[in-house]
Design a protein. Structure first.
Length: 119
């Protein structure tokens, strides 16, 4: 997708036709579904990478077995982090956003305050 409106197609009269986005365009709906399906792992990976990067500047040393690239994180840890991201997405606490220009991940995550009683 090229933005929140969906795909833009040039018209013969030099104007642009917008598809209408995921609610009206099957291609946009399929792309959105693919992004949403991948979101929990992308969020978990981004959290892991950011946590490991920031920990030393906060006076914290992470465990050696988890202070590794995402692909080398023990399976149980990865599975747990993806499950947490999945639950937070489902609760609406976080949501996939627009791609960022910088950073180790391709997704920006929006966060709202969490009331632990609402989950």
């Amino acid at each position: 997708m090229t933005g929140p409106h969906g795909h833009v197609t040039p018209r013969p009269d030099d104007k642009k036709a917008r598809c209408g986005g995921p609610r009206l365009c099957r291609k946009c709906a399929d792309e959105l579904a693919a992004v949403e399906a991948a979101a929990p792992e992308q969020i978990a990976r981004a959290f892991h990478e950011t946590y490991e990067r920031l920990a030393p500047s906060h006076g914290y040393q992470t465990r050696p077995e988890s202070s590794v690239p995402w692909e080398a994180v023990p399976e149980a840890n990865r599975t747990l982090m993806v499950a947490v991201a999945t639950e937070l997405l489902a609760a609406g606490v976080i949501r996939p956003g627009n791609p960022t220009e910088t950073g180790p991940t391709t997704e920006r995550v929006s966060v709202r305050s969490l009331d632990s009683r609402s989950i």
